[in-house]
Ligand binder design. Structure first.
Ligand SMILES: [Zn+2]
Length: 288
């Protein structure tokens, strides 16, 4: 959970360190990221949010946690500064992102907008931090990049267009009906044995090399048992078409394989060419 202190760094950590405050946080990042204080061990509960978890505030993610005090399962990171700021220093964001990369890697926490969230999002009654100008999209991208991954979502607004692009053919519909998607939702289309269209997840490779590619979907009984993912290089060569069962395993990453990609825009194309009567879900592709 991302916070702003509503004060400078020294006031922030000293107040959190004072038992009279009745509040605490695991980490405090100073104004330019040059110093980060750890005040509470990650495995120990800190008092940084005063709200019971409500999944309707978090894209209906993990509703089985509803009613649990959010301090029980979250790590709190305070940032020197104010929710009313117009912007945040680049160096503060960078060092904060490096910290979040480290925490998520150690604890196998997915790096997305349901797992890295603002205090105000989960406690909207009386908190707004880190405020409207925290650069959420770029911040998560920075966390991902520092952890060596690039995610291509089915919606352009969640992509870093310098390295990730998506192309959704007409006829694939946008929805967020089934939770645990990446980004703000996903697209779906009906299977058809003669269909040639597919959702293109393109990613830029700056220097030719080996990459492992994962895919994510939302699952359900109506999903296709063999969703075909075509792996196509920047030269236009189809390296392989691999199939994955979308009836189960929704909301987590599934490895498609490891290939050597040339420099340029390579892509994964999710096809709907399969026996009729099922649904194909295009959510996101991860390259690492
Ligand atoms: Zn806060």
């Amino acid at each position: 959970i991302i916070h702003t202190c509503e004060s400078n760094y020294a006031s922030c950590w000293s107040w959190l360190d004072n038992p009279a405050s009745q509040v605490s946080a695991h980490y405090v990042v100073n104004e330019d990221g040059s110093e980060i204080s750890q005040l509470v061990r990650e495995q120990t509960r800190a008092w940084h949010i005063a709200a019971l978890y409500d999944c309707t505030l978090n894209r209906r993610h993990e509703c089985w946690r509803n009613g649990v005090q959010s301090n029980h399962f979250t790590v709190g990171i305070e940032h020197a500064g104010f929710a009313s700021q117009d912007s945040f220093p680049r160096a503060q964001l960078d060092h904060s992102a490096a910290l979040v990369c480290d925490i998520t890697r150690d604890r196998a926490i997915p790096r997305d907008w349901q797992h890295i969230v603002g205090h105000g999002q989960l406690q909207p009654a009386d908190r707004t931090d880190p405020g409207p100008h925290w650069p959420w999209i770029a911040y998560i991208h920075r966390v991902q990049a520092l952890c060596g991954e690039l995610v291509v979502d089915d919606s352009a607004q969640f992509n870093d267009s310098v390295v990730a692009r998506t192309q959704v053919p007409a006829g694939w519909q946008a929805t967020d009906t089934t939770p645990d998607y990446y980004g703000g939702g996903y697209h779906w289309a009906s299977t058809s044995p003669s269909a040639t269209d597919g959702v293109e997840f393109s990613f830029y490779v700056a220097a030719s090399g080996t990459r492992t590619v994962d895919a994510r979907w939302t699952s359900g009984t109506n999903r296709v048992p063999q969703a075909p993912y075509a792996v196509i290089t920047s030269a236009g060569d189809t390296l392989q078409i691999v199939s994955r069962d979308q009836r189960t395993g929704g909301g987590s990453w599934h490895t498609l394989g490891t290939w050597t990609f040339p420099t340029g825009w390579n892509r994964i194309v999710l096809l709907r060419r399969a026996p009729a009567g099922a649904v194909v879900v295009a959510d996101a592709v991860r390259v690492r």
